[in-house]
Design a protein around this ligand. Structure first.
Ligand SMILES: *Cc1c(COP(=O)(O)O)cnc(C)c1O
Length: 413
């Protein structure tokens, strides 16, 4: 990758190669230009940078460590696995990195309110946390089906002072929540900021969220080098929209480290049973930007599924699409079962319960270790698994043996 990569990609139209851009309703074109202009101005200001640094250190608990998973590595044939511990970031995942950035941007722009949709509630909780910190109002749109499924996150958002708006249209899940949040934002663009939860959506969000997540890679590269005197041979992260992955990968684009983005293969390769966008998608437009997309013949987003609800999105960040076509990042898949094996193994060997999303990355590292016998593998542990423990244990039990036995008698729903 060229050394001025981050200055030239995306271009002024928000294009990453042929992907990205901003496909917006006419009423929002000016608003998104304003957000781009504000971000490009404010993000270079000394006050903004020093306040963001201070927040990261004193509120979020950064830098998060890089940890050598020695006992996990001992179960392998010689490969060494290292974990970037984003699960130790405040609120338990990497999402707060960009939510605090978006909240600070809203504050500098003089906005009063943050608006977003949420699926499983993880983005909603992180954004509600940022809103509480900055003293902003917060409105989170969530499908009624998800509200019922993700009760603890609804409770968290309300405790943090957010208004949770139930969405009753259509299938009452994420897609309808996006439409609802967009409509709400259209009615009040002067006083509110629409905050996207990953490196997706219309320009400038894929760029802006990447810039806020780059801290993960900048820290990890330095920490890894300090621990080992070299750079990692392999770098692995799970990909939903792609924000934790781009955050980590961005620091290694010019190095010789091999980069692997891990997508969910779910329960089978039939449409509706997975969310492996890079592997099975074709270019298309969703939610205002162009990317690889799992789509039907009419170009409508196809149904998707993963055991990890943070990974089940039919699109993917435009920068990932660009870097796939450029051959710099390799995209691979992990299915539900391998994800669960990694979930139990990391819990038992290291005392770290990973989010099911992050367990996909761990599972791929375990596979990679078989081929790359004496190499190092740096994995982004994007979040902690507390949110997943009831679901996993009720359905699959407490040990990997119980899980295997139940797996053979029942299929996941
Ligand atoms: C939301 C989430 C993801 C997926 O989002 P990306 O934008 O692809 O990073 C991954 N891990 C955790 C823990 C999450 O909460």
């Amino acid at each position: 990758m060229p050394s001025d990569y981050f200055k030239t990609v995306p271009d002024a139209q928000g294009r990453f190669g042929e992907y990205g851009g901003a496909y917006l309703p006419p009423q929002l074109v000016e608003q998104f230009k304003d957000i781009t202009h504000a971000y490009l101005t404010i993000s270079k200001s000394h006050r903004f940078i020093s306040e963001l640094r201070s927040i990261r250190k004193h509120f979020q608990g950064r830098p998060t460590p890089v940890y050598f998973a020695e006992r996990l590595s001992n179960t392998l044939g010689g490969a060494r696995i290292y974990l970037k511990r984003e699960d130790l970031n405040h609120t338990g995942a990497h999402k707060l990195n960009h939510c605090m950035g978006e909240g600070l941007l809203a504050k500098f722009m003089g906005k009063r309110k943050l608006i977003a949709e949420t699926g499983a509630g993880q983005h909603g909780v992180a954004l509600a946390t940022a809103a509480a910190y900055f003293g902003l109002e917060c409105e989170i749109h969530m499908g009624e089906v998800d509200i019922a499924k993700e009760h603890p996150n609804v409770v968290r958002m309300k405790l943090l002072g957010a208004t949770v708006v139930p969405v009753t249209a259509g299938l009452r899940t994420l897609k309808e929540a996006v439409d609802s949040a967009f409509t709400a934002y259209l009615a009040q663009p002067e006083t509110s900021l629409y905050c996207i939860g990953s490196v997706v959506g219309p320009h400038p969000f894929p760029m802006l969220v990447r810039e806020f997540q780059r801290v993960v890679g900048i820290e990890a590269r330095e920490q890894f080098f300090e621990m080992t005197g070299e750079l990692p041979d392999n770098v692995v992260a799970c990909v939903g929209g792609g924000s934790n992955a781009i955050g980590l990968f961005s620091a290694f684009l010019e190095d010789s480290s091999a980069l692997y983005g891990v997508e969910p293969a779910g329960r089978s390769f039939k449409t509706g049973d997975h969310a492996a966008t890079m592997t099975y998608g074709t270019p298309g437009v969703i939610h205002g930007f162009k990317c690889y997309l799992l789509q039907d013949k009419e170009g409508q987003p196809a149904p998707v599924y993963s055991i990890a609800s943070g990974l089940d999105y039919p699109g993917v960040g435009p920068e990932h699409c660009h870097l796939k076509d450029a051959g710099r990042i390799t995209y691979v898949t992990i299915d539900d079962r391998d994800c669960l094996e990694a979930f139990y193994l990391l819990s038992r060997t290291e005392g770290i319960i990973p989010a099911l999303e992050s367990a996909h990355a761990v599972a791929y590292a375990l596979k990679l270790a078989q081929d790359k016998k004496y190499q190092s593998i740096l994995v982004n542990l994007s979040g902690r698994g507390d949110k997943d423990i009831d679901f996993v244990t009720e359905r699959y039990g407490y040990t990997v043996e119980e899980m295997r036995a139940r797996w053979n008698t029942s299929r996941p729903g």
